[in-house]
Design a protein around this ligand. Structure first.
Ligand SMILES: [Zn+2]
Length: 205
């Protein structure tokens, strides 16, 4: 694997993959390394994600680092002033303008590490991720373990009452273990195209 990082100037690292692939852990690991080296570090995440306590990013394994919830990508740029490294968790929940914001930070000399789901529960590219991955210097696509066959999982299966969520269901639904499974391409099931009763959703964001 080629790992040449610029010795000067900024750049963008993207960490993507399905749920349960360790994206937040990897983000926190990289930020901790920078922190230990005495660099000023910040994590931003969309305010919509309040699964755990606001003010921290918590991975499924329980590691945590201080984080700031923001409503729009412009706030990331404003709050990142003075930082050496900026991490963004759940970056897929932001709109397309997040790409411009992160490019601006990297152009300004900052190291940017963005973690997020590359695919939604339909197996389709998630929001700003294609543009972000194309513009990043470094991309890591992490794998989880398929809950059905034990193979490497690249997709997030959403289950509603134990069956695959319909294809036209809301894209964004912040949830936990009982509603989502990591699955491989072969075990991933496409939901039917008909609607079901509206679940808690943040589709308006
Ligand atoms: Zn499988």
């Amino acid at each position: 694997m080629i790992r040449n990082q610029p010795s000067c100037g900024g750049w963008i690292e993207a960490v993507c993959g399905p749920m349960f692939s360790g994206k937040s852990e990897e983000l926190i690991r990289r930020l901790r390394r920078a922190e230990i080296a005495g660099q000023a570090v910040m994590i931003a995440k969309p305010r919509i994600d309040d699964r755990y306590d606001i003010g921290h990013v918590v991975s499924h394994s329980g590691h945590r680092i201080r984080a700031v919830g923001v409503d729009d990508p412009g706030a990331i740029v404003r709050m990142a002033a003075g930082c050496h490294v900026v991490g963004i968790d759940e970056v897929q929940f932001f709109g397309g303008e997040v790409v411009d914001a992160l490019v601006a930070l990297a152009d300004g000399g900052m190291r940017v590490i963005a973690a997020g789901l590359d695919l939604d529960f339909r197996g389709e590219p998630f929001g700003p991720m294609p543009q972000l991955l194309a513009r990043a210097e470094l991309v890591d696509k992490l794998q989880a373990v398929c809950l059905c066959c034990g193979g490497p999982a690249t997709r997030t299966q959403r289950l509603v009452d134990g069956v695959p969520a319909p294809f036209d269901g809301a894209t964004i639904q912040v949830g936990a273990l009982d509603a989502y499974e990591a699955r491989c391409r072969g075990c991933f099931e496409q939901g039917d195209a008909h609607s079901w009763g509206e679940q808690t959703s943040f589709a308006g964001l």
